[in-house]
Ligand binder design. Sequence first.
Ligand SMILES: [Zn+2]
Ligand SMILES: [Zn+2]
Length: 292
Amino acid sequence: MSLPQDIFENLRGFSKAMYSTWFYYPPAGIMLDAGEGAASRLANTVFGVRAVFLTHGHHDHIGGLPGIVLARNSAMGEKTLPLEVFHPAGDPYVQLQREYILHLARGLGYELSWKGLSHGEGVPLAAGSGSWTIQAFRTRHVRNQTTLGYKLVEKRTRLKSGLNGLSEREIAAIAKEKGREAVSEQYEHVLMAYSGDSLALDPADIMEAEFLIHDSTFLAGEDREFNVHASLDEALGTAADARVGAVMLIHVSTRYKSAEIEEKVRNAAKAMPAGMRVALFHNAKKIVLREP
Ligand SMILES: [Zn+2]
Ligand SMILES: [Zn+2]
C-alpha cells in the first residue's frame, strides 16, 4: 500500500464548513483541530490522542475540545496519559476556550498542557520512532491574527549528493575511513500537511508532501464573499505546484449538495498531474475521486 493510501485509510474525522472540522491520525497520536462531535465519534479511541493541534480559535475548529479533555478523564481507558494542546500563540478564542476547560476540568487525573506556537516552530512526537515532528506554518485566514497550518515531517537519511555515481563498495570504503556522516545526510520529508480552513497555502511550505489536507470551502471562486477560504481550483493549484502525492479536500460549504460536490471535484481532478490521488472528506464521508 502506498503511503498516501495508508494515510487516507487511517485518517478519521469530520468536516463540514461552519459546523465542525477535526481529524485524528492514529499512527501519530495527533488530532488536527477539534470541532464539535469529535469525542462522541472517537469514544474509547480518544485515549490514542496524545496531542491536539489547533489551527485557530473559530468554534467549528475548537468546539469539540472540552469533550476530548473530559472523555480522556472519564471514558474507559488509560486515563493517566498526558494530553498536550498546541495552538497559535495569542489566539483570543483559544484562550477563552482554555479558561472554560480549566474550570470544567478541575481534578483531572492526567496532565493537560497548553502551548502557543508561531510560524516555523516544531513539536517532536514520540510516535514514528522519534523521527516525526509536527511543524507549524503561517496560513491566511483571520486578518491581523496568527492562524497556523501543520505538517507532519519525518527525518530521513539519504546518500550524500555527489556520491550517487559510486559503487556500494566505494561508498562503504569512504564510510569506513571517514565515518557515516561523510556518506549520508539527513533531510526532512513531509508525510502530511494540513491547511485548516485557510486561503490557498504557499506551495513552498508543503513541498512534495505525501498527503495534503486542504480547504476547499467554495467549488467556484465567484461564490466567495469574504476572502478567507480557498476555492476548489486554488486548492488543486496549490497541490499541483507543491507536487503532493495526494490531496484531500475539506471544509466544503453546506450550500452545495453532495452529488454536486463529488461531480465538480471529479471533473476538476482530471486536470491534475498523473499519479496524484484526489479525495474528498465531506461530513463523515471519505471518498477518492481520482485514483493515481
Ligand atoms: Zn475559521
Ligand atoms: Zn472553519
